[in-house]
Design a protein around this ligand. Structure first.
Ligand SMILES: CC(=O)SCCNC(=O)CCNC(=O)[C@H](O)C(C)(C)COP(=O)(O)OP(=O)(O)OC[C@H]1O[C@@H](n2cnc3c(N)ncnc32)[C@H](O)[C@@H]1OP(=O)(O)O
Ligand SMILES: O=C([O-])CC(=O)C(=O)O
Length: 371
């Protein structure tokens, strides 16, 4: 038995949700470029869950259901108030999502109907939790969700308490579309491993949030912004990045396990970053990002991934940097739940083997004889 470090190249599941073939990403066979330009996030959520785009009444019904479930139990909000104000926002989200199960009477009902309903609830409630925690830690009250508007709109509204500008809604919606699913990425895999024991969907999504949090995965978008803040100016890009490259320090937002010739989502976020900069009349973050890309790609051949330009986009939308990864979760919960439902449909315990490299032929030494 020989291990493959990081399971690189191992095909661990069959899935009909999204695919990456020759660097082309599709959701249910539809190219991400087309979805990024044309689809709303709710259409994508429906597509991932049902395998087809919704017609008007199916879309209306989904938006109505999302609106119906968007309020989170008062006990979960009360819990958010007890968290330390400086709690890590992904840790807060992970804890709050886990606690949702305590207040859902059907949390452990494993019927397909109940599992689908719970997927809708999770998709509806994650944005509410993220926005509520962001406000509570600033000493403000949470803003109740609106009915009849999309998730991008509702999230920005609940975060600020103000009607968001159409351009902000559009940008957020596109970012949600671009982050929704990505085949067997680490967080999706962990959600599938969890539910393959026939554990519940809340446990699967809680595992996924914990996995997304790390800076090699979803946490990279916040790490990119920390880097941009550290760099601070266009002039400082070159010395800063050169120093990191010379010292073999990873540049966050670059590289990918699957894409070796570039992430197809990055160009959409780059374009969005430029447009938001133009609208704001401040191109600094966009120009810094372009310069970083030129240096990293030029010297290392590494291309930006989905996390790189999303950092400047979210900042230009006025979002604090520690909410970037929770926003990723607001989108990716659509993919996690689609994969969880798919796993339940044709389940088998996921249990690989390990290549043992530890000592052999050892014996128990009594405590008194140990050095
Ligand atoms: C939504 C997402 O999860 S997208 C990914 C988000 N993560 C990041 O942006 C973090 C930065 N990137 C990385 O750490 C990696 O590229 C990963 C984790 C995305 C992929 O990791 P792996 O496929 O395991 O590649 P691995 O880390 O082994 O890198 C291979 C080589 O490229 C180098 N490399 C990879 N990414 C980077 C980077 N961002 N900056 C500098 N060098 C890098 C590694 O140092 C390694 O070099 P070596 O062979 O000389 O040791
Ligand atoms: O697929 C991966 O390894 C990382 C990921 O989630 C993404 O790029 O969206």
């Amino acid at each position: 038995m020989t291990a493959t470090k990081g399971l690189e190249g191992i095909v661990a599941a069959k899935s009909s949700i999204s695919s990456i073939i020759d660097g082309v990403l599709t959701y249910q066979g539809i190219n991400i470029d087309e979805l990024a330009e044309k689809a709303s996030f709710e259409e994508v959520v429906y597509l991932l869950w049902h395998g087809k785009l919704p017609n008007q009444s199916e879309l209306d019904e989904l938006i109505a259901q999302l609106g119906e479930y968007a309020s989170v139990p008062a006990e979960v909000i009360a819990g958010l108030r007890l968290y330390p104000k400086n709690a890590n926002s992904m840790a807060a989200l992970r804890t709050a999502v886990s606690s949702l199960a305590l207040y859902d009477a059907e949390a452990n009902d494993m019927s397909s109907e109940a599992n689908y309903r719970k997927a809708v609830k999770l998709q509806a409630q994650l944005p509410t939790i993220v926005a509520a925690f962001a406000r509570i830690r600033e000493g403000k009250d949470p803003v109740a969700p609106k009915k009849g508007v999309g998730i991008a709109h509702n999230f920005l509204y609940m975060l600020t308490g103000e009607e968001p500008a159409p351009v902000a809604i559009q940008a957020m919606d596109k970012a949600l579309v671009l982050h929704a699913d990505h085949e067997l990425n680490a967080s999706t895999f962990s959600s599938r491993v969890t539910v393959a024991t026939l554990s519940d969907i809340y446990s699967g999504v809680t595992s996924a949030i914990g996995t997304l949090k790390g800076p090699l995965h979803g946490g990279a978008n916040e790490a990119v912004m920390i880097m941009l803040d550290e760099i601070g100016s266009l002039e400082n890009v070159e010395p800063y990045i050169q120093n990191k490259l010379d010292n073999k320090v990873k540049i966050m937002g670059f590289g990918h396990r699957v894409y070796k010739n570039g992430d197809p989502r990055a160009k959409h976020l780059m374009q969005m970053s430029r447009q938001l900069g133009e609208l704001k009349g401040d191109m600094t973050l966009y120009e810094m990002s372009i310069k970083i890309e030129a240096l990293v790609t030029g010297q290392k051949g590494l291309k930006p991934n989905v996390d790189f330009y999303s950092a400047s986009c979210y900042t230009m939308l006025g979002i604090p940097r520690d909410l970037f990864t929770p926003i990723f979760a607001i989108s990716r919960v659509s993919g996690w739940t689609a994969h969880i439902l798919e796993q339940y449909e044709d389940n088998r315990l996921i249990r690989p083997r390990a290549e043992y490299v530890g000592p052999v032929d050892q014996h128990y030494v009594p405590l008194s004889q140990r050095g």
